[in-house]
Ligand binder design. Structure first.
Ligand SMILES: Cc1cc2nc3c(=O)[nH]c(=O)nc-3n(C[C@H](O)[C@H](O)[C@H](O)COP(=O)(O)O)c2cc1C
Length: 336
């Protein structure tokens, strides 16, 4: 049984990757993920907002005339302790990368091109095997054009791509008029990987307290359908590696993403629900399924259910939609 695989030029022992989450907020968490068998770990994200806060803090320190940053931290003890901050992030990355054998990927999360490059380079210097750029951008301003939204993604990628030599993956949402074209543009702009998809955490409304509330709900396997559809459509059409994220709960969910054409399959919710050791359950189940199906390697099965290049993709998707509705109308939900 051969689970080893390649992700953006990184040799992984298997295609299961722990995606960014609070599990990787400590070296111990990263070690537990590696011990459970994952092929790589994406560290939780360093947020653009944190970078801005640090820039403001530094400006205030400069104004105060302090000479060294270490001394300055005692000057603002509460702020320094409350915000894990960029320096602590890079330090964690360095310790985590040294503590485990598997690649550790640094994650930057933001929406504007400024300020990223230095931190991406710092992550690389600290031992990040790659950088994942989470471009979590919801253009709430109705005057922003679709082309501007797309260009922003390209600009952020280009800035980081130019700053580091390690592979750079872009994690993004599905909400584009033509996601396929966005993927091709990112591919051409030098993305080594596309991580599909960001889950948008829409706020809820509490009708009792009359308040808008924001919380994170863990995913369910049904959410894998959209990323899986796009992975099947992009397989063989982009040079970038394809990483699947959303809705992996069981070994079958890992298998389905690989059949659609994912290079690696990521998981967070299942690890938060069942603990890091669940990675071993996913991997054992994947191996058992491969044996049952007669697959000896991951390469053998990857993408066998992708949409073959040369297919009329739009007609293919439309046909799937129509036949699903016909089935539903004729049997699943009827007759009444
Ligand atoms: C509690 C929590 C924290 C997360 N933190 C991050 C983060 O810091 N950066 C990031 O890119 N994604 C983050 N994610 C998103 C996950 O990495 C993942 O892409 C998403 O949850 C979908 O995968 P899943 O269905 O396996 O959970 C977080 C998700 C959860 C549930």
């Amino acid at each position: 049984m051969q689970l080893s695989t390649d992700y953006m030029g990184l040799a992984l022992r298997n295609p299961l990757v722990a995606s960014a989450s609070p599990v990787s907020k400590t070296v111990d968490g990263v070690r537990r993920l590696a011990d459970a068998g994952v092929g790589a770990v994406v560290l939780y994200s360093l947020f653009e907002e944190q970078l801005r806060r640090e820039a403001e803090l530094n400006a205030r320190l400069a104004d105060a005339g302090t000479e060294s940053f270490a001394e300055s931290l005692t000057y603002f003890p509460s702020e320094a302790e409350e915000d894990p901050g960029p320096r602590q992030y890079v330090s964690l990355l360095e310790r985590a990368a040294a503590a485990v054998e598997v690649p550790v990927i640094g994650s930057l999360n933001g929406v504007t091109p400024g300020g990223w490059a230095d931190y991406a380079r710092a992550m690389q210097d600290a031992g990040a095997a790659a950088i994942e750029l989470n471009i979590y951008y919801l253009p709430g301003d109705a005057h922003i054009s679709g082309r501007d939204v797309e260009q922003r993604h390209i600009d952020v990628l280009t800035r980081v791509r130019d700053a580091v030599s390690v592979p750079v993956a872009v994690k993004l949402g599905p909400h584009f008029s033509s996601f396929g074209e966005m993927a091709l543009r990112l591919d051409e702009a030098g993305a080594d990987g596309l991580v599909l998809f960001n889950r948008f955490l829409q706020p809820d409304i509490d009708p009792e307290s009359l308040a808008v509330v924001s919380n994170v709900e863990l995913s369910s396997p049904a959410e894998a359908r959209l990323p899986r559809t796009w992975i099947a459509l992009l397989r063989g059409r982009v040079r970038a590696a394809l990483a699947a994220t959303s809705g992996v709960e069981d070994p079958a969910d890992v298998a389905k993403y690989l059949l659609a054409g994912a290079d690696v399959v990521m998981t967070t919710s299942a690890l938060l629900r069942h603990g890091p050791a669940h990675a071993a359950v996913l991997l054992d189940g994947l191996s058992d399924w491969m044996v049952r199906q007669g697959f000896a390697t991951v390469d053998e099965l990857r993408g066998i259910l992708a949409v073959a290049p040369g297919t009329d993709e739009a007609a293919h998707e439309r046909a799937g939609y129509v036949s699903a509705l016909q089935n539903a109308n004729s049997s699943v939900y009827g007759p009444w």
